[in-house]
Write a protein that binds this ligand. Sequence first.
Ligand SMILES: [Ca+2]
Ligand SMILES: [Ca+2]
Ligand SMILES: [Ca+2]
Ligand SMILES: [Ca+2]
Length: 332
Amino acid sequence: MMPHALLSAALCASALLAHGSTVENPPQLVPPAEKPDVKPAAPAQFTPPAGDATPQKPLYAPKSYDAKFAKAAPKLDGKLDDAAWALAPWTDEFLDIQGPALPAPRYKTRAKMLWDSEYFYIAAELKDPHVWATLKNHDDIVFRDNDFEVFIDPDGDTREYYELEVNVYGTIFDLFLYRRYKEDGPAEHGWNAEGLKTAIAVQGSVDDPTDTDTGWTLEWAIPWNAFKPPAWDKPGFGEKQRGAAVPKDGETWRVNFSRVQWQHNWEGKTAPKAAEKPINDHFKQVPPTADERAKPRYEKVAGKPEDNWVWTPQWQIDMHDPRWWGSVKFVR
Ligand SMILES: [Ca+2]
Ligand SMILES: [Ca+2]
Ligand SMILES: [Ca+2]
Ligand SMILES: [Ca+2]
């Protein structure tokens, strides 16, 4: 039912492997199983559907955005009051992953993009009355918390693409996808966005449900040099061929954003209560102390899938279909 949940089993297995690694023993980057070395066909031309629109019949082509060249870099402090950001328009407010026929998101989300000769800059604003996260280790499965995600396919061939996820603690889950999950992946968690800078500002308090927050804002600076596939990737195939080059003026990349939001006990009319155990299915669960049990805390609503709110609709509950990602043009 969910883009992520479908993949949880596979993710868990490789995440656990990643957890066993240390700086001294980096995770092995294992080449994927051999498959015919053929580039996928270009995505079909978009044709608007006949008749009433449904989530299965897209209403419109993927959205586009002109990312402007920043003459002065934004200061990475999580606040979006920089002169550089003032020149960058907001995206449309995010909507349900399946499109506007589904209920509008409970909280507003929007993003901005900029670039310069060193970095791809992304800003995001996530309204949220209850700012919450649990995961604190790099390459934890961050979408088990509320998070913000970007999907990037530089050469736009719908294979070999990058994904970054972040929660309000600034915990990063970064991975490289050789092919879509529907084409058996694999997802390489061992890929890291080297040199990535993350800054977050919270308008409220994290993990304190007794107040009402405004939300959080994010600044990302992704070095162009980070867009390098794992060593096993074949020369001449997709991103390896492209390399980590700075985009040319007017170059377009496939990009989409996703916000994952879970429902918890402090939302809406559900009565708050102290949790009996830690809220999240963290790998390193420790039983709460008596003090912690007495404290009001967030608890996911059992059996409720996460919501996925996106910039441009996927028309299905699957982020891993780059055909429907937006088009970001880097303009000077
Ligand atoms: Ca700033
Ligand atoms: Ca690609
Ligand atoms: Ca990683
Ligand atoms: Ca709070």
